[in-house]
Design a protein around this ligand. Structure first.
Ligand code: PXP
Length: 245
């Protein structure tokens, strides 16, 4: 049975980006949680980057305490980050590739090239009771490797689609990968670059159970407030899922 309700996880990193511009104490990402949860978010996502450019270690601990819904922590697959996740125990960890010089997460994980490292990290996370996900490119090889190394879920990188929505191949790759992944027993998430203007075709893919959306929500919240920005995205997702009955 495919779920018609698609979970929305709001990525609150860029609230911390604004705070870090002044290295002060506002705005505090923790203050966003209750607003997001009351406005249609099913969970909160935060990315603790190695360079700590937005979310800080103290944020992660405070978020864990304050989140009433579901906490998806995004981290690179390093010893430091896996240790931190295992002691924090968020409900979900998504492993993402990370390069210091990138502006945001650029590609999917190269699971094949790092399979042993990822496999042992997934074992440690699972043993701690954490659900695991790998952020990957929407292609068969990456899906196969994710299954091989023991992930519970994958998050399909929607960046290539978001940057080239008119190219039918970008949405076709997402459709194919989502269906194939579900067929071999993986839960399917998606995210990166999604907005109210481009998310409908992705939200309508039946196997995609969760969307992670950050930048467009936080950007829009400057003009309409966070609550309304989350509601707009939620409404667009629900509308797109109506075709699934
Ligand atoms: N998923 C992953 C793995 C990401 O790294 C990001 C960006 O932090 C997102 C989703 C959200 O992307 P955006 O901020 O473009 O909505």
């Amino acid at each position: 049975m495919l779920a018609t309700h698609q979970r929305l996880y709001v990525n609150i990193d860029h609230i911390a980006t604004v705070r870090q511009a002044r290295r002060g104490d506002e705005p505090n990402p923790v203050d966003a949680i209750a607003i997001c949860e009351a406005s249609g978010a099913d969970g909160i996502t935060a990315h603790l980057r190695e360079d700590r450019r937005h979310i800080q270690d103290e944020d992660i601990t405070a978020l864990k305490t304050a989140i009433r819904s579901y906490f998806n922590l995004e981290i690179a697959c390093t010893e430091e980050m896996i240790n931190l996740a295992v002691s924090l125990k968020p409900e979900q960890v998504t492993l993402v590739p990370e390069r210091r010089e990138e502006i945001t997460t650029e590609g999917g994980l190269n699971v094949a090239a790092n399979s042993e490292n990822i496999r042992s990290a997934l074992v440690r996370l699972s043993d701690a009771g954490i659900r695991t996900s790998l952020f990957i490119a929407p292609d068969k090889e990456s899906v196969d490797w994710s299954k091989k190394v023991g992930a519970d879920s994958i998050e399909l990188h929607t960046g290539p689609y978001a940057h080239d929505t008119q190219n039918p191949e970008t949405i076709a790759a997402l459709r194919y990968s989502a269906q194939y992944a579900a067929d071999i027993g993986l839960y399917v998430h998606a995210g990166h670059g999604l907005t109210t203007r481009n998310l409908a075709p992705v939200a309508a893919i039946p196997e995609i159970e969760e969307l992670n959306i950050g930048h467009s929500i936080i950007s829009r919240s400057i003009f309409v407030g966070l609550s309304e920005a989350v509601r707009e995205i939620r409404q667009e997702m629900d509308q797109a899922r109506l075709i699934l009955g």
